[in-house]
Ligand binder design. Structure first.
Ligand SMILES: Cc1cc2nc3c(=O)[nH]c(=O)nc-3n(C[C@H](O)[C@H](O)[C@H](O)COP(=O)(O)O)c2cc1C
Length: 282
């Protein structure tokens, strides 16, 4: 297992935080990672801002609207995009890299797409007129025990449940599930997609290995009613997160490849093609 797989396994949606502040070194290291965030796979560069609650006037952070869901977070990672093709996917990809960086540093996080007040966060983060803020995430030390409200929320979202391989990964067509044995060197990357966080734990990603064996097409199986929340598709973010897990894992395994969008990708009923990964030199 690569170190990135260990980090992916350590991550969970943390909703209760210790009240103690991050020490300066830790905060500096994470801030540097946030400031160094590079554009995503399709060239869009989301803008990320770290918001320290201690520096906001009390009446502002009281309006952030994460009450009941998130407890005691003193730091938030807010992200913004300009609407453009694949911008939402790139947003998920770039932000998940930062979430995994925080996890690596021993910090808890939680993606929040619904339960936050956009106006207060937007103002605090200096959101521009042409930008959207798809999500924010608390960042901090996790408390040892899950609160009752948190346990209920986890149960409600079915957070500990992940779909089996047979429903997510296929070979050549949707008729034939792809087993971990058949996936060979790609099994770890696919398993890391399966462990990815997704809005309401819907796990909308579907992947087909193309006949050439070392090409993987990513499709989105949209859930009804989820298309647009605040002009952003949370499930396109989910897709970017899944692509991040796949990309980081193949890279860590020493497998070179690249992403592209193929106009001739097979059309699949009720799924939406997003992009494909192809090993280099195949
Ligand atoms: C794009 C996105 C939006 C999310 N929005 C919320 C949210 O508004 N509130 C919340 O409590 N959890 C939210 N989550 C967390 C998911 O519920 C969680 O990832 C999922 O249940 C799986 O649990 P895990 O992250 O602990 O593995 C969101 C996750 C993603 C990826």
């Amino acid at each position: 297992m690569t170190p990135v797989s260990a980090i992916i396994r350590r991550r969970f949606s943390c909703r209760s935080y210790d009240n103690k502040p991050l020490d300066d070194d830790l905060l500096r290291t994470f801030r540097q990672a946030v400031e160094a965030s590079a554009p995503g796979l399709f060239g869009n560069a989301p803008r990320f801002v770290l918001l320290e609650m201690d520096e906001l006037p009390r009446d502002v952070w009281k309006k952030l609207g994460t009450y009941g869901v998130i407890q005691n977070a003193r730091l938030y990672l807010a992200g913004m995009i300009r609407p453009a093709p694949m911008a939402t996917v790139d947003y998920g990809y770039c932000k998940e890299k930062l979430i995994l960086k925080a996890t690596e540093l021993g910090l808890g996080t939680c993606w929040l797409g619904g339960t936050f007040a956009i106006s207060a966060f937007g103002r605090a983060a200096g959101m521009r007129r042409d930008e959207l803020m798809p999500t924010v995430s608390p960042v901090g030390f996790a408390t040892g025990r899950l609160r009752l409200a948190e346990r209920i929320l986890r149960g409600f979202a079915g957070s500990d449940h992940r779909l089996p391989w047979t429903e997510l990964f296929f070979r050549d067509s949707t008729a034939a599930p792809l087993s971990a044995g058949e996936a060979g060197p790609y099994a770890e990357a696919l398993e890391n997609v399966r462990l990815a966080p997704s809005a309401s734990n819907k796990q909308p990603w579907r992947i087909i290995r193309e006949p050439e064996q070392s090409a993987f097409s990513f499709y989105l199986s949209r859930s009804a009613g989820y298309r647009h929340l605040r002009d952003v598709s949370l499930q396109e973010i989910d897709m970017g997160i899944a692509m991040c897990h796949f990309d980081l894992t193949v890279k860590a395994s020493g497998i070179a490849g690249s992403w592209h969008q193929d106009d001739a990708a097979p059309k699949i009923k009720s799924w939406e093609y997003t992009a494909a990964w192809q090993a280099v030199g195949e």
